[in-house]
Design a protein around this ligand. Structure first.
Ligand code: DLZ
Length: 154
């Protein structure tokens, strides 16, 4: 399993939105905590973090779009855990979620991070959220890197 690496990032001037699904709550709670820790490590002030919880991954894009409409955020992070079930339900949710998030990013022209796990089973989801490969932390670091990159090129 591959992990990303990050240089030192100064996020002290940034305002970041976080939309976190509640479904699979022990895992999404951990991802949210790791994400907030990553932002804090980069110097993002707690008062400059806006957090919204939504029922599941399917609801992430609309909440991200509403936050993006406020035009005062440098990046938005979407967090969720989608685990394959007996039917194709997870597939439709994942598809709508990924496309929805990309549409929000391109429409608003701000980074909207895809911090959504799409796994075959609970064990894979636990490894990626609670275990060594903390996807919530990675999404937080990626948001700061992208927000700074967007400021540099705009
Ligand atoms: C319905 C559902 C199912 C089966 N599985 C998940 C999941 O693994 N992860 C997740 O975040 N949400 C799931 N949901 C809920 C949907 O995302 C959504 O909240 C409901 O369909 C209501 O629109």
């Amino acid at each position: 399993m591959q992990a990303n690496t990050f240089a030192h990032l100064d996020g002290s001037i940034l305002r970041i939105g976080i939309v976190a699904a509640r479904f699979n709550q022990n895992l999404t709670d951990a991802m949210l905590a790791d994400c907030v820790n990553a932002l804090a490590l980069c110097g993002v002030k707690e008062s400059n973090m806006v957090t919204v919880r939504v029922p599941g991954a399917f609801e992430l894009p609309v909440a991200a779009a509403t936050l993006a409409d406020q035009r005062d955020l440098d990046a938005i992070i979407c967090l969720g855990v989608l685990i394959k079930g007996e039917t194709k339900h997870d597939h439709y949710i994942a598809d709508a979620c990924a496309n929805g998030i990309m549409n929000v990013a391109l429409g608003a022209e701000i980074p909207v991070l895809f911090g959504v796990l799409t796994t075959e089973n609970l064990t894979q989801a636990e490894v990626r959220s609670l275990g060594t490969h903390k996807k919530g932390w990675e999404a937080g670091m990626s948001a700061v890197e992208m927000a700074l990159a967007m400021k540099a090129i705009s």
